[in-house]
Design a protein around this ligand. Structure first.
Ligand code: C5P
Ligand code: ZN
Length: 474
């Protein structure tokens, strides 16, 4: 972990970078906010849109799966006075300038090297901070929103959304907690009374799922004899004296401290007895984030459940629903998001089943599966990350899916251990996709690309060699 002084310096540098674009934004009438269709992109857009709304500025949001030339044309045709790009744009700085757009880019993806300068480019990589773990797109947007506040600290409550975005991009996974500039944001949110954080069990669904379901769906680490086995989970809870509930199933938040401690001890003991390594078991416990302004027992109370709810909207073409939820709708949009969440969960279960049936092919330095058109290209990366946790962690995993346009989408996921050994998926994907006539990018640990379908085999050979070289070099 980096020195706190150094991180504080980078935080200040980024805040400084936000000042002049914020001053320009305040003078504009007709603003366009362009963002990415995932939890981080949605929260990033919501943070900026809320900051604009609080200033009485007019804006329109627009979401894209990726910012390519066609998307930029659409943005340019909109004719806004100024465009604010969030959670995307850093890879397209040159093209944004070529379009002569007056723009502010607040992103955390690896920027391309280019001479051109839009009016402002805010990105952790520009101050030497890592955009995969130290600052998310929503975090970058939050720093801009802070600079836009009419009173000092006036937008600090929006830190809660920035934490949801960071969790959505799995930025807390590398160290089991928020690090770098994210940690500053966490503290700002906590001082503003919007957030609390503590160490707790990392299973998904602490707010909304019955405890036995939460246990049944545990996949990281996979607990032999419990994960995926409802009867065994119910029997296990009874055995350790945890009441399942009467009229209503008891959730994690309904358990007493003693019951929670007993549960954790029993799960650890069972894990050790099943031969799971200490390193894996350590992942059971980590930092969790509570949104204090949200109602207990809802998805919105917990950053991890909130981010999944948002993915369930944006990744299926309903970004507007997720944005409304982020901007305060607890009525129609929230109900719709919950309905979409049900479908999303089913799609993930089906996706994992498909991977299990089809199997994962292992090459020398990578592993992959091809979902064809059986998994939606917008969620294939989530499925890749999930299936990867159950199997071989010594190679990054690639997942292929066909897009509606007939292109081949590639999603790649690695582990922090592999990144420490030299893995850089953003670099590998952008090079190898570029070499076969596609485009790619992202982060060292998670990246994506679109390539022509006929180039799949060539792309795999290139990726295997590139990743092989990355892992040897270190
Ligand atoms: O789509 P997927 O979830 O696999 O994307 C992983 C990461 O790679 C995201 O941060 C996304 O923005 C980035 N990506 C990219 N260029 C692409 C596809 C994905 O930068 N063509
Ligand atoms: Zn992001």
């Amino acid at each position: 972990m980096q020195d706190t002084q150094e991180i504080a310096g980078k935080f200040r540098e980024l805040c400084e970078l936000c000042k002049s674009p914020a001053d320009v934004i305040k003078t504009k009438k007709n603003l366009l906010v362009v963002s990415h269709v995932d939890a981080d992109g949605l929260t990033a857009a919501a943070i900026v849109c809320t900051a604009l709304e609080r200033r009485g500025l007019d804006f329109q949001p627009k979401f894209f799966r990726q910012l390519d030339e066609a998307a930029l044309e659409e943005v340019a045709d909109h004719g806004a006075d100024l465009v604010i790009f969030t959670d995307l744009g850093s890879a397209m700085i040159q093209q944004i300038c070529d379009h002569r757009l007056l723009a502010v880019v607040a992103d955390h993806h690896r920027p391309v090297v280019c001479e051109a300068r839009p009016i402002a480019h805010i990105n952790p990589h520009l101050v030497g901070a890592d955009g995969a773990t130290q600052l998310s797109g929503s975090g970058t947007a939050f720093l801009l929103a802070r600079a836009l506040a009419s009173t000092p600290g006036g937008n600090d409550d929006l830190a809660a959304l920035a934490v949801v975005g960071a969790v959505g991009d799995l930025q807390d996974m590398a160290h089991g907690q928020m690090v770098g500039i994210n940690r500053h944001i966490l503290e700002i949110g906590s001082n503003a009374g919007a957030l609390s954080f503590s160490r707790d069990i990392k299973f998904f669904g602490r707010q909304t799922r019955p405890v036995y379901k939460m246990l049944e769906y545990s996949s990281d680490p996979y607990l032999p004899g419990l994960s995926g086995n409802e009867d065994a989970c119910i029997a296990f809870l009874k055995e350790i004296g945890i009441r399942l509930g009467g009229e209503k199933w008891r959730r994690w938040i309904d358990l007493s401290q003693e019951e929670k401690a007993g549960f954790v001890t029993a799960v650890l003991r069972k894990g050790l007895r099943s031969g799971i390594s200490n390193v894996k078991l350590e992942r059971l416990i980590g930092e969790v984030y509570i949104l204090l302004g949200e109602q207990e027992g809802t998805e919105l109370r917990d950053a991890s459940e909130y981010s999944t709810l948002l993915n369930a909207t944006a990744r299926y073409g309903h970004a507007g629903v997720g944005l409304s939820v982020c901007m305060g709708d607890r009525d129609k949009a929230f109900s719709e998001a919950q309905r979409l969440l049900g479908q999303h969960r089913q799609n993930l279960v089906n996706g994992l089943k498909l991977v299990r049936e089809k199997g994962i092919t292992t090459l020398k330095s990578i592993q992959y599966f091809d979902a064809g058109n059986a998994i939606l290209d917008t969620i294939v990366g989530i499925v890749a990350g999930m299936s990867f946790q159950m199997g071989d962690r010594s190679r990054p995993i690639l997942a292929f899916a066909l897009t509606a346009k007939g292109e081949l989408k590639v999603s790649a996921r690695g582990t922090q251990d592999l990144v420490r050994s030299g893995l850089d998926l953003a670099d590998a994907l952008s090079r190898c996709a570029g070499a076969v006539g596609g485009v790619g990018g992202g982060h060292n640990v998670a990246a994506g690309a679109t390539i022509p379908p006929q180039a799949k085999e060539e792309f795999l050979v290139l990726m295997d060699a590139t990743v092989g070289r990355q892992l040897i070099r270190e």
